[in-house]
Design a protein around this ligand. Structure first.
Ligand code: SAM
Length: 483
């Protein structure tokens, strides 16, 4: 066997200090090691150009290495102070939003050039859409309880009752959220420490990650921007439940949030996996209503604790408007035609499109049966007919419905982060539609699918980037492909 050449720059496990010089797609900072052997690239996720960081090498190849961020030793000159508690979910909150946009735009277009092989992608850019709310834009948060905390000064884990988020890179450590993180609801987050103290006083233990035992596990909150109401879910194990008074806890929430409390659920999760929902557990309504209502572009959507809904609803309106604009740009291909809404989730896009194009017939397909149930209910409530929904895998659905081949002019695609499976993409290509409106929450997989679509004769007519998640590395894209 040939011996692997020794890396002349870094070793796996090595801790290095490195200056970040550039920004790559997905929030990876690029640092460079220069020595007598030449220059070597190290990617460090969640870092920024201008920072000096301490990182531990996790992977290394001949061409580059990837390190895990351990500590920011020096901030970038671009960073500013913000009045929020820093959390792992908002690594770029100290970077002015315009600068965040610049990095996201450059790195996403670069991806289409490199992976999608679209050399003239800059010329296709229609719009970079900003989020209407830069701060406090999320409608859902999941806070975790932990029996192990982290002391930032001593830089070590400590026994502590915590409620907040995991310490970055330390799965067994929680960190208290003591005030507003700037992402979700200020009143909820400013009161999280009171909720933690209430739970701690019960004497019941929080979840201990390594031992996989404890009582309190998660506290989940959903918010409606239309009504400003809150839906809560307390997730615990059953071990000690007879000593905790859920009704009293509901009263305590009403004391704090008054009429904003829509309802409280209680979930029992005795499974050891790190999830809020248990496959074999139960979820019961303890107080109030089991749903909140959200409005998007004039339509109402009921949101239950389990259903998927866009996390930044105000920006989702902008995203969906873009999708509808692209779909309606050639109205002749919609009118009196069937439009496929593939990976439709709760059918939001299809319903909005149907409300604007009355003589189109929309067919939505999603693999999650409960999302399809919600889609049907929402369509009924919004009095939108001419919609059909199927709970199925898109690939299987297309095999079982040959009647759609050569009959569809417009397809809307909004797959999950993994993109479209190659076999399913082939079936979609075989439908022979004139136009595809492809929405993606992961442009890396969309750029990969772009190459296949271009080989099949599609061209990018235009694309927009939508900043659905300020202060993170995420970006959504809407691409209009035409044959
Ligand atoms: C980004 S979400 C779509 C959201 C939807 N357009 C909306 O706005 O509500 C992606 C969806 O793809 C669905 N999905 C993932 N794999 C699938 C498959 N193989 N077949 C059908 N649907 C799938 C997921 O259940 C999820 O609802």
């Amino acid at each position: 066997m040939p011996r692997r050449e020794r890396n002349k720059f870094v070793k796996r496990g090595q801790i290095i200090e490195i200056s970040i010089e550039d920004y790559a797609f997905g929030g990876k900072g690029i640092g460079r090691i220069r020595n007598e052997h030449g220059e070597f690239v190290v990617f460090v996720p969640n870092t920024l150009p201008g920072q000096l960081v301490k990182a531990q090498i996790k992977k290394s190849s001949k061409k580059y290495a990837e390190g895990k961020l351990l500590e920011i030793l020096k901030s970038s000159e671009d960073e500013i102070e913000v009045p929020y508690q820093d959390i792992p979910g908002a690594p770029y909150i100290q970077l002015p939003i315009e600068k965040q946009h610049q990095y996201k735009k450059q790195s996403t277009l670069e991806l289409f050039k490199r992976i999608g092989k679209v050399a003239d992608i800059e010329e296709k850019l229609d719009e970079f859409v900003s989020s209407p709310n830069t701060f406090h834009y999320r409608n859902k948060m999941e806070y975790g309880f932990s029996a192990i905390g982290y002391d930032r000064e001593l830089k070590t884990d400590v026994d502590e009752f915590t409620l907040g988020f995991k310490r970055r890179g330390l799965w067994w450590c929680g960190e208290n959220l003591n005030k507003d993180s700037g992402l979700f609801d200020k009143q909820v987050e400013d009161n999280l420490k009171n909720i933690r103290e209430y739970c701690q006083k019960s004497g019941l233990p929080p979840w201990h990650g390594p031992k996989k035992e404890g009582f309190f596990r998660y506290f989940v909150v959903r918010k409606s921007y239309k009504t400003n109401r809150l839906l809560f879910n307390l997730v615990t194990t059953s071990n000690g439940l007879d000593q905790f008074h859920l009704d009293e806890f509901a009263k305590y929430l009403v004391e704090i949030f008054e009429e904003r409390v829509a309802g409280l659920f209680h979930t029992i999760n005795d499974e050891i996996g790190d999830r809020t929902i248990a496959t074999s557990g139960s979820i019961n309504l303890v107080y109030g209503d089991d749903k909140i209502v959200e409005e998007l572009l004039g339509l109402n959507f009921e949101i239950s604790m389990k259903s998927f809904f866009q996390t930044n609803p105000k920006c989702a309106e902008k995203l969906y408007s873009k999708v509808i604009d692209y779909a309606l740009e050639n109205k002749a291909s919609i009118d009196n035609n069937i439009v496929l809404d593939l990976f439709c989730g709760t059918g939001t896009i299809g319903q909005i499109l149907a409300s604007k194009a009355h003589n189109a017939q929309i067919v939505g397909v999603d693999i999650v049966a409960s999302a399809i149930e919600d889609a049907k209910e929402n369509a009924k409530r919004n009095k939108i007919d001419d919609l059909k929904f199927f709970a199925a895998d898109v690939g299987k659905f297309l095999t079982e419905h040959p009647e759609y081949y050569n009959k569809i002019r417009t397809i809307i695609l909004d797959p999950a982060r993994a993109g479209i499976a190659p076999k399913t993409l082939k079936k979609i290509i075989n439908l022979n539609a004139e136009r595809l409106v492809y929405v993606s929450c992961n442009p890396a997989t969309q750029a990969r699918d772009t190459e296949q679509l271009m080989l099949a004769g599609y061209k990018i007519k235009k694309l927009s980037l939508v900043d659905q998640f300020p202060h993170t590395a995420h970006i959504e894209t809407v691409v209009l492909f035409e044959k």
